[in-house]
Design a protein around this ligand. Sequence first.
Ligand code: 5GP
Ligand code: ZN
Length: 110
Amino acid sequence: MNCIFCKIIAGEIPSTILGANDEAIAIADLNPMAPTHVLVMPRTHAANFAAYLRERPEGLGALFALAAEIGERCGDGYRFVVNTGSDGGQTVEHLHVHVLGGRAMQWPPG
Ligand code: 5GP
Ligand code: ZN
């Protein structure tokens, strides 16, 4: 499968790994939008959140546990974002949770 995040998980494409557990890994985003911008993704391929829930519901807790671990490192709060589909702004079709922090976030989001 030609999935860039599967290649990162397999070690075929280099990345900066910032955390991991049995279910998921956390890598630094290549194009950060905040002082902390980390992508937390399941080790097994799932195109989006709904597919992951269908295919691997037992992984959800560990996926978000890793995201929370990264977010808690920010100290003053953080935001999770899961872009989904074209209106949602998803560009890589392997589920990933953006963990953003290190600055005040705006609301509503764009
Ligand atoms: P999406 O637009 O799907 O919500 O998020 C995809 C994210 O993946 C973007 O923030 C983009 O900067 C990041 N990204 C795309 N390719 C790579 C890559 O090869 N390595 C890393 N670390 N991040 C990537
Ligand atoms: Zn993948």
